[in-house]
Design a protein around this ligand. Structure first.
Ligand code: XUL
Ligand code: CO
Length: 437
């Protein structure tokens, strides 16, 4: 036991003052015909929760993530598995996500790293079978090691490119072995610092080729899940190619990868791109590509990826509104979030997840109420009423010509104003639903 002072976290309801209890996340509570647990397949992010100790640019770790073992050893890797499964069981979290180098220490030789991955995945598989906990997605870390300073798929070095291919191959094999639902490409170093040294077209073709090889290999070893691109505009690179959902979807279509890929949308990445979280969810959903979510939030006063636990109920509500409208996720909600550096105790790890899970549960409840209330949806439907009959319906059918519309306009004279957008009224409706009892 690594968290002996922490009990299994119960649901106690909104009146509870117990810091180690859920106030809103009640797994069996039914919302719009499905249980909260079905709506919210939560996942633990291995890297933040079990690996990161709070090191930042100005100081070393504050949190002890050794779990009683010597860091950099397989004993430590196994201790992290034990601690992680105990943590997930205590919170009722059903899934986990990982990078190759989160689950084993990387060796000097990739053959040895791969042997370690075989060993740890046997161990993880045993724990999965004993607990029913599942793998949401896996990925290869192709951004931390100095060899990837110029990217992985976008590198200028064919040797580095091959090394990346080897990592993707192995991470896919382990994802399949663990029954993962998805495989993620987050292109942290796939971008550029300056166009003075960069052939963008060449690099993008190489990234697409690496992804195509991954799809072909994945399918050949029985991977039936989704590949995901996780868009992010910048950080660590000055400019990253997968800037936002719209850019990533355009890239996938251009290279014929759109049938195998969906989006993994991270809240803080969307806001770094100058969008709302809701915007990138909507763009993904209307393109049939809303796959999975990295659940966190940023800080609007800071310009980088702070990966905070979700706290903003407006954001979680509007996120769940998008998810409900899209009919749910094929993936899940991975808490790509970390405790603030001064929150360094094991108890803080639980407080972070309780906050995140409760914020999404409350967001789900409120989004369902917005939909049941109907005021927002009926306003939107009515707003486009002029396209339901007459010339508007003809435009929608695709049969109208430019000449015909111009003739219509000449006949009509000046059009009436298009009607109020009523933003303030609609925002008041949202507040009314959020703060009603
Ligand atoms: C980095 C980030 C990654 C991906 C997986 O900003 O979000 O942790 O989620 O590589
Ligand atoms: Co992420």
């Amino acid at each position: 036991m690594y968290f002996e002072n922490i009990p299994v976290i119960p649901y106690e309801g909104p009146n509870s003052k117990n810091p180690l209890a859920f106030k809103y996340y009640n797994p069996d509570q039914v919302v719009l015909g499905k249980t909260m647990k079905e709506h919210l397949p939560f996942a633990m992010a291995w890297w933040h929760n079990l690996c990161a100790g709070g090191t930042d640019m100005f100081g070393r770790d504050t949190a002890d993530k050794a779990f009683g073992a010597e860091k950099g050893t397989m004993e430590h890797a196994k201790a992290k598995v034990d601690a992680g499964f105990e943590f997930m069981q205590k919170l009722g979290i059903e899934y986990f996500c990982w990078h190759d180098v989160d689950i084993v220490p990387e060796a000097a030789d990739i053959k040895e790293t791969n042997r370690r991955l075989d060993e740890i995945s046997d161990y993880i598989l045993e724990k999965m079978q004993a607990t029913g906990i599942k793998c949401l997605w896996g990925t290869a870390n192709m951004f931390s090691n100095p060899r990837f300073m110029n990217g992985a798929g976008s590198t200028n070095s064919a040797d580095v490119y091959c090394f990346a291919a080897a990592q993707v191959k192995k991470a896919l094999e382990i994802t399949v072995k663990l029954g993962g639902k998805g495989y993620v490409f987050w292109g942290g170093r796939e971008g550029y610092e300056t166009l003075l040294n960069t052939d963008v077209k060449f690099e993008q073709e190489n990234i697409a080729n690496l992804m195509r090889m991954a799809v072909n290999y994945g399918r050949s070893i029985g991977f039936q899940g989704d590949f995901y691109i996780e868009p992010k505009p910048k950080e660590p690179m000055k400019h990253q190619y997968d800037f936002d959902a719209a850019t990533a979807i355009g890239f996938l279509r251009q290279y014929g990868l759109d049938k195998d890929f969906k989006m993994n949308i991270e809240a803080n990445h969307a806001t770094l791109a100058g969008h709302t979280f809701q915007h990138d969810l909507r763009i993904s959903a209307i393109n049939g590509m809303l796959g999975s979510i990295d659940a966190n939030q940023g800080d609007y006063l800071l310009g980088w990826d702070t990966d905070e636990f979700p706290f903003n109920i407006y954001e979680t509500t509007l996120c769940m509104y998008e998810v409900l409208k899209a009919g749910g996720l094929t993936g899940g909600f991975n808490f790509d979030a970390k405790n603030r550096r001064p929150s360094y105790t094991p108890e803080d790890m639980f407080h972070g997840y309780i906050l995140g899970m409760d914020s999404f549960a409350l967001g789900l409840i409120k989004a369902a109420q917005i939909i049941e209330d109907g005021r927002i949806d009926s306003f939107i439907a009515e707003r486009y009423a002029s396209f339901h009959t007459g010339i508007g319906a003809k435009i929608r059918s695709g049969e109208a010509t430019l000449e015909e519309l111009a003739a219509y306009a000449e006949e009509m004279g000046a059009p009436k104003l298009p009607g109020s957008g009523k933003q303030e009224y609609l925002e008041a409706v949202v507040n009314n639903i959020l703060f009603f009892n």
